[in-house]
Structures are given as C-alpha cells and as structure tokens.
Design a binder for this molecule. Structure first.
Ligand code: NAP
Length: 278
C-alpha cells in the first residue's frame, strides 16, 4: 500500500485493537478478523514472543490489512493512554470497530501457602491490573480519544473456572469475576452510544499460556480429559474461538450486550457424571 493510499484510508478503515496479539488466542483473533470481516490490526504485547509477533504481522498484511504491533505492558492506565494515542495517529478517530482483551498474566498458587506459590498482595494487585482493570483502562482511553467506531464491539475473554473449582487458580477466577462485572457496567455506559460490550466464554484451548503452566505429559492428560468431558469428544481449537470473534463483530451479533456468551461447547456438563460414574 502506498503512503497516500494509507493517508486516505485514515479514519475510514476499521481497526481491531487486540491486547495480547502476539500469542495464543489474541494472535489467532488478529489473523481471523484481518480476513473476516477484514480489519486492520493494532496489537499490543510485551515482546516475549517476538517471532510469533512477526508472524501475526505477516499474516495480517497477507490478508491485505495493515498491522501494527506495539510493545508495552498493557496493564496500566498510562500504557492504555499511550497505546490509544499511538493508534489514533495511524488510524484516525472513530476507527476501532473491535477491541479484544486477550492478555494472560495471572499468578497461580494458594492464599495460605507458606511456600513460593503464596498469593501475596503484590501478586494479587498485579493479576487484577493485568486480567481485569486494564480492560477498563483501555475502554476509558478509547472513549477519551474518541476512538470507538459506530457500533464498536468490546470483548473480554472468560474461561470455565466460574463454574467449577480448579486448584491454584483462585486469582485467575477472581480477576475474571471482576472482568465480568466490568463488562456489564461498561455495556450499560456504552450501550446508549451504540457500542456493545460482552464477555466471550470458551473452554480450554492449547496456547502458550497453558504450555507455561503444564508439563508436556500433563498436557497429554489434559487433552484426553477434555476429549472425555466435551460432548464433541475433543478439545476446542483456538481458530474456532478466533473465527467466532469475527462472527461477533458482524451486524447480526449487534444485539448481544453485557452478555457472557457461552462458547464452551458444553465443557462442564459431564463433570458430575465423570466423578460419580467413572
Ligand atoms: N487458553 C485457554 O484455554 C483459555 C480459555 C479461556 C479463556 N482464555 C483467555 O484468553 C486470554 C488469552 O489467553 P491465551 O491462552 O491465549 O494466552 P497466551 O497464549 O499466553 O497469550 C497472552 C498474550 O498476552 C500478552 N501479554 C501478557 N501480559 C501482558 C501485558 N501485561 N501487557 C501486554 N501484553 C501482555 C502476551 O505477550 P507478552 O507476554 O509478550 O506480553 C501474549 O501475546 C486470557 O484472558 C485467558 O484467560 C484462555
């Protein structure tokens, strides 16, 4: 694309702002929405997956869209303001059709542990900043800079831990509960302006976040367990989730608001059966 074409497109072409675009779910969403519905992508990440960030940039450009990967810790209000201003410079006002919060950065452990995995105050604050508060910081910055396109879609991501207990994940679950409430209240505040704010809940998909937490043997066990749990007899893929985000960006999904949209494929339906009738 020539510079003049790029200048002409400023403010007219719809963008996706994706926090956590260099890996896993965020990377897959960047690739999917660049193709359908065809959004330019501004992705934020801290630079731990440099090769994958470059791959995402290539994939988006191959789809004929612009890609800009921005490196920063997205968990602070200052980063949100700086990131949105950087985006405004390339995209122009009212250009963000889709905002997705796809950051994974939580401490795992136990509140009363005497060991290394104790969930102390600093870890609690850090997890909530990263997994929950930052959703609000970026929404506030987008509004302050007049960056939301008409009928914009803001999306948080949820897992199934709101339904069932999983050891060591107290902070993940608690911060996601806060995120769910932020989504509902922002839906109320933004609904009248024509925007939609939702939470997309999906089951386990294999991403680096999981590979970070589980050993290769545990991952094999995890996959087998999900094949037993999920009615479909297999794990969901990150591409399935990403393609569905494309659907949620479409006009037909415009009435979803303040919702927790269940895309888990029935992942927890069989839990009792598996325990009581093994
Ligand atoms: N994987 C699952 O099974 C699953 C299921 C349901 C919901 N989800 C949700 O989906 C989201 C993404 O998870 P994932 O599994 O795709 O994670 P992932 O593969 O680890 O990717 C996380 C992304 O966030 C970036 N990131 C982390 N902390 C950041 C920070 N402070 N500032 C800027 N970027 C940051 C990472 O890059 P850098 O580290 O370089 O910054 C990376 O691009 C999470 O909210 C998770 O709860 C995941």
């Amino acid at each position: 694309m020539s510079d003049s074409e790029e200048e002409r497109g400023k403010g007219e072409r719809p963008w996706a702002l994706i926090l956590g675009a260099s890996s896993g779910t965020g990377a897959a969403i960047a690739n999917a929405v660049a193709r359908k519905p065809g959004l330019d992508v501004f992705g934020v990440h801290r630079g731990r997956y440099v090769d994958n960030a470059a791959l995402v940039e290539r994939q988006v450009k191959e789809a004929g869209r612009r890609a800009l990967l921005w490196q920063a810790d997205a968990s602070t209000p200052e980063a949100a303001e700086a990131g949105v201003q950087a985006l405004r410079e390339v995209a122009g006002p009212r250009s963000v059709k889709l905002f997705v919060h796809s950051i994974a950065g939580a401490s795992v452990g136990r509140f009363l542990s005497e060991g290394e995995d104790r969930l102390h105050a600093r870890r609690m604050r850090r997890t909530f900043d990263t997994m929950a508060h930052s959703f609000v910081y970026w929404a506030q910055a987008l509004v302050a800079e007049d960056m939301l396109a008409p009928d914009a879609r803001l999306l948080g991501l949820q897992n199934s831990l709101d339904e069932t207990h999983l050891s060591n994940t107290a902070l993940i679950s608690a911060s996601k509960a806060a995120l769910e409430m932020y989504v509902r209240y922002l839906a109320m505040e933004l609904g009248g302006k024509g925007h939609r704010v939702n939470l997309l809940k999906f089951g386990t998909v294999l991403t680096p976040a999981l590979k970070h937490v589980y050993s290769p043997e545990a991952l094999v066990r995890l996959e087998a367990a999900h094949a037993r749990m999920n009615p479909a007899g297999r794990m969901c893929t990150v591409e399935e989730v990403a393609n569905f985000v494309g659907v949620l960006t479409g006009d037909e999904a415009g009435w979803f608001n303040g919702a927790t949209i269940d895309f888990t494929g029935g992942m927890t339906l069989r839990l009792l059966d598996l325990v009581l009738n093994p």
